[in-house]
Design a protein. Structure first.
Length: 342
């Protein structure tokens, strides 16, 4: 990926080295960090037995929350056992998730009201001073360039997120974030959180090396920010509150696959704006998408696959939706909520 010497986003909040009194929140001696779990770590596969232990839980928690997952699926009863996932009618209004920029519906205005304020902040944040941080700042800047233009195309103003760099643990408006959770996006403060040590895990633990695999991680989280700005995240939250766990998981998968597709749209548009891709870059992103598919993770961690407990999608689905976004370059192609077969 050609990134050195490019514009760096000023929307970086660097908390590295700022302990702030934070400590690793999991108690010593294997106590459970989850309320109501009786001091034992739940088995995310829904199976019986003695649990998976602290290290196993942290690995699975990192994978669940990788790219914005919901840790509540690890609570007892949160992942029902099932040998398969039957096709069923969507338990929600598909039209409610329609993406802007497509054909207008009767009574829909041609333009939209932008958010208050304008442009990118000229104050705040930190200028990158080390290479790894510079890479993150450049990728974030490229997401700003692409999504500003995309939102302008349908009469909206894009308000970029902040990206928080931290070490070990940090506080977010969504609760305590720790490095073991992996990168995540908090819609309550509209910030992406990233411990740079995750990039080493991405290569060593998940077998997904390369700078564009790292860029894909950021692009996916920014995809969740786009969903928040479009009101999709709030609609998903409301719909899930009225659903069974299985149906809620299905809806969450659609949300995650849309963020993957948005990451593909970003890659297409960023390449179109400013040639940045090297040979093999897209393969690196696809490798990362495949590495964190629910089926692959479940097979590695519990020895079996339970599709009803998927929250991010299979490896095949994640690769397919990133490819769709990249090949079309159109966010309207990312309407995962309208697809009958993902």
């Amino acid at each position: 990926m050609k990134w050195e010497g490019k514009r760096e986003s000023r929307n970086i909040e660097d908390r590295r080295g700022q302990d702030g009194g934070l400590r690793f929140p999991f108690p010593r001696g294997g106590g459970s960090p989850f309320p109501g779990s009786g001091g034992r770590f739940p088995n995310p596969g829904g199976g019986r037995g003695g649990g998976i232990g602290l290290i196993g839980l942290l690995i699975i928690l990192a994978l669940v929350l990788l790219f914005g997952g919901d840790p509540r699926i690890l609570l007892p009863g949160g992942a029902p056992e099932s040998g398969g996932q039957a096709q069923r009618e969507a338990p929600y209004d598909r039209d409610a998730f329609r993406l802007p920029g497509g054909p207008r519906q009767p009574g829909e205005a041609s333009g939209g009201q932008g958010r208050a304020g304008g442009g990118f902040p000229t104050q705040g944040g930190h200028i990158a001073t080390d290479k790894e941080k510079s890479f993150v700042a450049v990728v974030l800047a490229k997401t700003e360039d692409v999504w500003t233009r995309q939102f302008a195309s349908f009469g909206k103003q894009y308000v970029p997120p902040k990206l928080v760099l931290f070490e070990g643990a940090t506080q977010s408006s969504c609760g305590m974030g720790v490095a073991q959770m992996g990168p995540f996006y908090c819609p309550l403060d509209q910030k992406v959180y990233l411990d740079l040590s995750f990039y080493r895990d991405l290569e060593r633990r998940f077998g997904a090396p390369g700078d564009f695999a790292r860029a894909y991680v950021i692009a996916h989280e920014v995809g969740h920010h786009v969903q928040t700005l479009l009101g999709i995240a709030e609609k998903v939250m409301r719909a899930k509150s009225r659903m069974s766990q299985v149906d809620g998981n299905t809806l969450q998968v659609r949300m995650e696959l849309q963020a993957d597709c948005f990451a593909g749209v970003w890659a297409h548009q960023a390449e179109k704006l400013e040639k940045m891709l090297d040979p093999g870059d897209i393969e690196e992103a696809l490798g990362a998408a495949s590495a964190i598919g629910d089926d692959r993770i479940q097979r590695q961690t519990q020895g079996r696959v339970t599709p009803d407990s998927f929250t991010h999608g299979s490896s095949r689905q994640r690769v397919a939706w990133f490819k769709r976004g990249f090949e079309t370059g159109s966010m309207q192609s990312c309407d995962t909520f309208a697809e009958s077969n993902l």
